[in-house]
Design a protein around this ligand. Structure first.
Ligand SMILES: [Zn+2]
Length: 408
């Protein structure tokens, strides 16, 4: 059956593209036309469903490019993963994916789990067995012995092990290869966040082996040297991308950022919904604050995408908008913030022909929100309608104060 959805305003994307008093015609899981309401009414098949939303905006579904469904956002985020049955962990993951969808996120990229659970959930949702957002999944991240997140099971040492692991992940259905190129915060005893865990030659091998099976590479990197190596190796996205020097202090290199921009390598920012509390725990040198590498990268042409690292302590799954608010604080206009979270993200994930804009032929991934998100991002908090691949979900809109400030 056809569904004609219209609103006062359509943000078709990318930034700056919009229509007034227009509609989207949905057939099955796809958008078949976008344009004037009366014109589309004539294209709709007999018996079509029609809904008009006044004082509202229709826009593409949001894309969260970095989260971990297997983690539960508690102080010991992988604790339940280690101690529960895979069945219980799987059900909890399905619930977290639904929380993201209720908040208007129609595509998520899972950048690290264990036991192939995110692949299984992705497949169930894609087949229509379960409701949920589209999932792209990396499976188990590559890391050296005792390296960042070794406990997820992705330890590799030497070229043969790297090759074997990438083949194994590709066979299991990985959409992207995740490499812990540098250290992180959640692994006691491992490398510090600004230290590298793989050599440039190893990163080049990972990119080449992933490329041979048609997969992009997402690299976890906080440190400037690690970022520099990831740019040289030609990864697709650099996650976190915090530009820290050996001491952990900000260390930005214009030449490297320019090469990153020229190569079209995305900065995969990770701003948790509870970023004000997160920022308060980080000792910034005078003149620096959380996220201030983003306007700098943007000024040099580095493309930006937004993830929340949901699953990490305090980073809940049902609140993407709070993460977007940091971009407002940093001075980005709303149309660009929305572009980072839709069209840019789709491009970075290789989904430009699938989602990220409202256009004929793309998946029917869309939101209707009250008012105008170009003037107020808060309008995104309670979508009137969330549609994922043509399937309608209503927002739960029941997010409590308690949940949004959990564990900060
Ligand atoms: Zn992460």
């Amino acid at each position: 059956m056809d569904t004609l959805i219209s609103a006062d305003r359509l943000l078709t994307g990318p930034a700056g593209q919009q229509l007034t008093d227009a509609a989207v015609l949905v057939r099955g899981d796809r958008i078949v036309a976008v344009g004037g309401r009366d014109e589309l009414r004539q294209q709709a098949r007999a018996g079509s469903d029609e809904q008009h939303h006044s004082d509202a905006t229709l826009l593409p579904g949001l894309i969260n490019t970095h989260l971990h469904l297997v983690a539960d956002a508690s102080r010991d985020p992988f604790g339940a993963f280690r101690t529960s049955t895979p069945e219980a962990v799987f059900e909890a993951m399905a619930d977290r994916a639904l929380q993201a969808l209720d908040a208007g996120v129609t595509t998520i990229r899972d950048l690290g789990d264990g036991h192939g659970l995110a692949f299984a959930l992705r497949n169930e949702i894609a087949s229509g067995t379960r409701p949920g957002p589209r999932i792209l999944a990396a499976g188990t991240p590559l890391t050296p012995p005792d390296g960042h997140c070794w406990f997820l099971g992705g330890v590799v040492e030497g070229p043969d092990a790297i090759r074997a692991r990438i083949r194994e992940l590709a066979d299991a259905g990985a959409d992207v290869i995740k490499v812990m190129a540098g250290g992180g915060q959640t692994t006691p005893g491992g490398a510090s966040p600004w230290e590298s865990q793989f050599t440039l030659d190893e990163l080049r091998l990972i990119v080449a082996e992933a490329g041979a099976v048609g997969l992009p590479v997402a690299a976890h990197a906080h440190g400037t040297q690690t970022i520099t190596d990831c740019v040289a190796a030609g990864v697709r996205t650099i996650e976190h991308c915090g530009w820290r020097g050996g001491s952990g202090k900000p260390d930005r290199r214009d030449d490297v950022a320019r090469r990153m921009a020229a190569a079209g390598i995305y900065a995969g920012d990770t701003t948790p919904p509870n970023w004000p509390a997160f920022a308060a725990r980080i000792p910034f040198p005078p003149g620096h604050r959380l996220g201030d590498q983003l306007p700098w990268m943007d000024s040099l042409g580095v493309p930006i995408i937004i993830g929340t690292d949901s699953g990490m302590p305090g980073a809940v799954f049902n609140d993407f908008v709070s993460a977007l608010e940091m971009y407002t604080e940093l001075g980005f206009p709303n149309d660009r913030i929305l572009q980072f979270a839709t069209a840019n993200a789709a491009d970075a994930l290789g989904l430009s022909a699938v989602t990220g804009c409202l256009a004929a032929g793309l998946a029917a991934d869309l939101l209707v929100v009250d008012g105008d998100p170009l003037t107020d991002l808060q309008t995104l908090r309670r979508p009137r309608l969330v549609m994922a691949r043509g399937r309608i979900h209503h927002s739960s809109a029941q997010q409590s104060e308690e949940e949004t400030t959990a564990d900060v």
